[in-house]
Design a protein around this ligand. Structure first.
Ligand code: NAD
Ligand code: TYD
Length: 339
């Protein structure tokens, strides 16, 4: 089989990191290039097992740096780009929106331009269900691929803008693309600023857990491994130009999620601390994944099996998140290409 070169952006982050490991271990005939700027959210220690594998490569670069990106694309002939790199935390986007526009919008445009010039086989843009805005608390309504884009936060607005650019490069220049829009992920190596890893790590540190507002907001949770298999499928079988929603029908209120973690860890619900609500807080997300299921995708985790595995992973890997929380963390093992 022909060797292929896959550029994965944001492969030092949570989902991109899990995807890089999945691809390096699954496809020996693919060379996986992990391109990442190593912001606060990027960490290469997670790749200690694959870092010496011959089909894994790391490039430190900024996706919004057009000079660096164009040099890279002139040196390496990539077959696919799988684009995860982004600023990803809603709370940070509320206090500091500018970097979200730079990375998520400008960075995506720089990559699209380089991919267009290079004539790659396909650009897979990893987006989010948050571009659709919020649903009411009506269990019969879901986001479909045709739901209008109505983002609420600077984060989701910047992701929606990037989705529109990807669509435009397909329509105007004929760049082959797919867009995936996944619900909230959880699992190993989730950065402990997001609800699930924050809850687990704070409980294990004997701290209270902040729940925004009344805790009744609903998210649709998917284990990160199931997101990886979805992207793999879309990369190989997705129809050019199409959007695919990714979700496994695991809707839970935030309070249910926090209580499940507290119960699993054998602690008291007195740890719950109701705090001021997030500005513009979306009420509910829920995905209709029918289009992706018809393409052949099936999730393997229920929320119950996935959260149990995840809590155990955080118990077994306290050193990893402890380093991140304590700020003592350093990035290891990286090779700098451009500086
Ligand atoms: P993350 O914050 O954990 O990781 C982002 C990665 O991108 C980090 O490694 C960071 O160093 C890198 N990065 C940031 N700016 C960069 C730049 N300018 N150049 C190069 N690299 C840069 O994010 P995540 O949770 O893994 O999300 C990955 C993607 O999946 C994002 O595009 C996000 O919108 C999307 N997504 C996330 C979720 C979720 O629940 N986390 C759900 C659906 C979709
Ligand atoms: P988060 O993990 O930040 O993901 P997103 O905002 O992309 O959905 O938040 C998930 C939900 O949990 C969201 O409704 C906000 C809420 N939340 C809290 O109640 N407390 C917290 O400390 C955090 C980080 C989030």
């Amino acid at each position: 089989m022909n060797r292929k070169k896959i550029l994965v952006t944001g492969g030092a982050g949570f989902i991109g990191g899990n995807f890089v490991q999945y691809m390096v271990n699954k496809y020996y005939n693919y060379d996986i290039y992990n391109l990442d700027l190593l912001t606060y959210a990027g960490d290469l220690t997670k790749h200690h097992i694959i870092q010496n594998k011959s089909n894994y490569h790391f490039i430190k670069a900024d996706i919004a740096d057009s000079e660096a990106i164009n040099i890279l694309f002139s040196q390496e002939k990539f077959d696919f780009v799988v684009h995860f790199a982004a600023e990803s935390h809603v709370d940070r986007s509320i206090t500091d929106p500018e970097v979200f526009v730079r990375t998520n919008v400008l960075g995506t445009q720089v990559l699209l331009d380089a991919a267009k010039q290079a004539g790659i086989s396909k650009f897979i843009h990893v987006s989010t269900d948050e571009v659709y805005g919020e649903l009411e608390f009506d269990p019969t309504t879901y986001f479909s691929e045709d739901t209008p884009l109505q983002p609420s936060s600077p984060y989701s607005a910047s992701k929606a803008a990037s989705d529109l650019l990807v669509h435009a490069y397909n329509k105007t220049y004929g760049l082959p693309i797919n867009i995936t829009r996944c619900s909230n992920n959880y699992g190993p190596y989730h950065f402990p600023e997001k609800l699930i890893p924050l809850t687990i790590s704070r409980i294990l540190n004997g701290q209270k857990v902040p729940v925004y507002g009344d805790g009744k907001n609903i998210r649709d949770w998917l284990h990160v491994n199931d997101h990886c298999t979805a992207i793999d499928l879309v990369m190989h079988e997705g129809v050019n130009g199409e959007v695919y929603n990714v979700g496994g029908h695991n809707e839970r209120t935030n309070l249910e999620v926090v209580k499940t973690i507290i119960k699993t860890l054998g602690k008291s619900e007195e740890l719950i601390d109701f705090v001021e609500d997030r500005l513009g807080h979306d009420k509910r997300y829920a995905i209709d994944p029918t289009k992706l299921v018809n393409l052949g995708w099936k999730p393997t985790y229920t929320f119950d099996t996935g959260i149990a595995q995840t809590i155990q992973w955080y118990l077994d890997n306290q050193e990893w998140w402890g380093q991140i929380i304590s700020g003592e963390y350093q990035n290891y093992f990286h090779k700098q290409y451009f500086r």
